[in-house]
Design a protein around this ligand. Structure first.
Ligand code: S3P
Length: 166
């Protein structure tokens, strides 16, 4: 069984994904970590040195690789995976795509002090999160097979909810 987690930065894809994988006896794969391991580079540095477009093209390559080589996994994707049509085409064949949904306030508080995500290095972080969220929300909803609302919920609760759909 393969489960794909999608959602905005800070939605809890990695934390939930790890626990969900353990509960289901599956391996966990975080696409960002996979990308860093395979390229030997930090995402931060790829953005800084080569720009977002290059990052996106590497991300697609890694998504394709992960989907074609790993079957029994929980895969946590990066928040921007829905920005490319090609990724959408690769993912829409998947049966179990869970959208971890969080509202602006939840995300803002989780991302307030984050320094690891290049897209949040904008001068006005609040506005950046708002505009990205607005742009991306319909894309997550469109790709999702199941939506799990995460606001105000503990990780175990979210994991249990994901499992209830299986
Ligand atoms: C990104 C999200 C990040 C990472 C990169 C770009 C995005 O992953 O892939 O910084 O465009 O939303 P997380 O969603 O795991 O933070």
């Amino acid at each position: 069984m393969r489960i794909i987690l999608i959602g905005f930065m800070g939605a809890g894809k990695t934390t939930v994904g790890k626990k969900l994988a353990t509960s289901l006896g599956l391996s966990f794969l975080d696409l960002d970590q996979f990308l860093e391991a395979e390229t030997g580079r930090r995402i931060k540095d790829i953005f800084k040195e080569d720009g977002e477009e290059m990052f996106r093209s590497i991300e697609t390559k890694m998504l394709r690789r992960a989907l074609s080589t790993k079957s029994d996994i929980v895969l946590a994707t990066g928040g921007g995976i829905i920005t490319k049509e090609e990724n959408k085409r690769l993912l829409e064949k998947e049966e179990k795509i869970f959208y971890l949904k969080a509202d602006y306030n939840t995300l803002y508080h989780r991302l307030l002090k984050d320094t690891s995500r290049p897209l949040l290095l904008a001068e006005d972080r609040e506005a950046k999160i708002k505009s990205l969220l607005e742009l991306r929300l319909p894309k997550y909803e469109n790709l999702a097979k199941y939506t799990v609302e995460t606001d105000g919920k503990a990780v175990d609760e979210i994991v249990a909810e994901c499992m209830s759909f299986l």
